[in-house]
Ligand binder design. Structure first.
Ligand SMILES: [Zn+2]
Length: 464
């Protein structure tokens, strides 16, 4: 079964052929760590985790290298550091902001059932030449200058976009189109308006590193060119990220990497997940529909968030709704119950076929519903395939008992406590202590639990 992936650069769905099947290499742009991640950030995390799992399944778990960087140098981080830790020296304040945010990010993505990438390099560790000789940003910038692709002007080092004949291919933008309407006055020191910053000088109150171009800091794009080369080489298999990164970020990553290494490609497949809206509107802090992963996880298990995300194909725009979450929660309750902790089977062919078609998750979920129905009707083989497929997709990370217990806990109900109270009440009735049995019934009612006595014993349910 061939894995086929949609490549933004060629505009086609193509059969995936790795450069080296013993080391399949994928890079995905990671978070800028200054604030809680929002559900828009969760989309690439979940989508590329699914692809990572798929590649591990096909090529073997040790045959896939997944790198997701951490951007810990950024003007937004500086602003946050001076706001939150005004008394501290800047470097210490920045470290506090990034450490705290990173711990939170890891907790969030773990809860979403996402495997940790093989490497999670931090930008600040790759600014200056390294003892281990891995690619760094300063060396890459020097190489770009030496090859005639970058120049110093106005206190910056800039990439010379006109030095690259096919600059703009990923986003389909042409240089001369962009010349028109550009605000030349603002960029007077640039040779062309699309030229972008590789290095800029830092003032005394900004973080900086000593470089051949004075004390300064790198531009955003160069960090991904450095860290991908450091772990994956000059040309690798898959580069991923959100649609909003195509221009300028990925366009500029390609320009830097290809021109520094003298290669025809940076990555062979460029994959982009679509946008995400909330309740039909663009997510923004001002309209109040800005939802962090943390807030969602306070209300829902991470697997519900994961399923809800995968109901939409990764390239389609997605509308995140409360109704969708409620349906996803119901579906997972049912799937946990039907799968019944089965550990027998292998993922079903139908599921793997759907996933192999550019991660067609809506079709995958349809196949899962089919298996679920067979399993619920008593087909043990289908149950094994159903459970194995769900695990492959990153679900069933807990036992069915834990899942339902957690659900009861989250609704404020402690099933063990209720069972104990009912046993006490049965004992009280047996010794004809009706005062005590009524008291226990009232206590249960106060907890929102109604009980029903029959000749077979006492059953209970949560009053709605
Ligand atoms: Zn990047």
């Amino acid at each position: 079964m061939d894995l086929r992936l949609y490549d933004t650069l060629s505009g086609e769905k193509r059969v995936f052929a790795p450069i080296d099947a013993d080391n399949v290499r994928m890079y995905v742009c990671g978070p800028t760590v200054y604030d809680f991640a929002h559900i828009g950030n969760a989309r690439p995390v979940i989508v590329f985790d699914l692809l990572f799992r798929m590649l591990r399944y096909i090529y073997g778990p040790d045959q896939v290298t997944y790198v997701r960087n951490i951007t810990d140098v950024d003007d937004k981080i500086n602003d946050r550091a001076t706001r939150d830790f005004p008394g501290l020296p800047l470097n210490e304040a920045i470290r506090k902001v990034t450490e705290k945010t990173l711990v939170q990010f890891h907790a969030d993505v773990d809860a979403l059932g996402a495997l940790r990438p093989t490497f999670e390099p931090r930008a600040t560790d790759f600014v200056l030449p390294r003892a281990d000789g891995k690619t760094d940003m300063v060396t890459l910038i020097k190489e770009l200058i030496a090859r005639g692709h970058a120049y110093e002007a106005g206190g910056e080092v800039l990439f010379d976009t006109q030095s690259m004949p096919d600059y703009g291919r990923l986003s389909g933008r042409k240089l001369d189109e962009q010349q028109a309407g550009a605000r030349i006055a603002v960029d007077a020191h640039k040779k062309h308006p699309t030229d972008f910053v590789l290095w800029k000088q830092s003032s005394a109150d900004e973080p900086g590193w000593e470089s051949p171009w004075g004390r300064g800091r790198p531009g955003w794009h160069i960090e991904c060119s450095a860290m991908s080369a450091a772990y994956l080489g000059d040309v690798f298999d898959i580069h991923g990220g959100g649609l909003d990164l195509i221009f300028p970020h990925h366009e500029n990553e390609i320009a830097q990497s290809r021109c520094a290494h003298g290669t025809q490609a940076m990555a062979n497949y460029w994959m982009h997940n679509g946008f995400l809206q909330v309740e039909g509107e663009k997510m923004s802090k001002s309209t109040g529909n800005f939802v962090t992963i943390r807030e969602l996880l306070n209300d829902w298990p991470g697997e519900v968030v994961r399923l809800n995300m995968l109901k939409t194909h990764y390239r389609s725009p997605m509308d995140w709704t409360l109704k969708g979450m409620e349906e996803s929660a119901k579906t997972l309750d049912d799937w946990y119950w039907v799968a019944a902790d089965d550990r027998g089977g292998h993922p079903s062919t139908k599921v793997m076929e759907a996933l192999s078609d550019d991660l067609n998750t809506p079709q995958t979920i349809a196949a899962l519903h089919g298996l679920r129905n067979l399993a619920a009707a008593g087909d043990d083989k289908a149950r094994g395939k159903f459970a194995a497929s769900l695990r492959m997709l990153g679900f069933l990370n807990e036992s069915a008992a834990d899942w339902s217990a957690r659900k009861q806990q989250s609704s404020g109900i402690d099933a063990a406590r209720i069972d104990a109270l009912i046993a006490d009440r049965t004992a009280a009735r047996a010794r004809k202590d009706f005062k005590e049995s009524d008291r226990i019934r009232d206590e249960l009612a106060a907890m929102g639990v109604t009980i029903k006595d029959s000749k077979d014993g006492t059953t209970w349910e949560i009053a709605r």
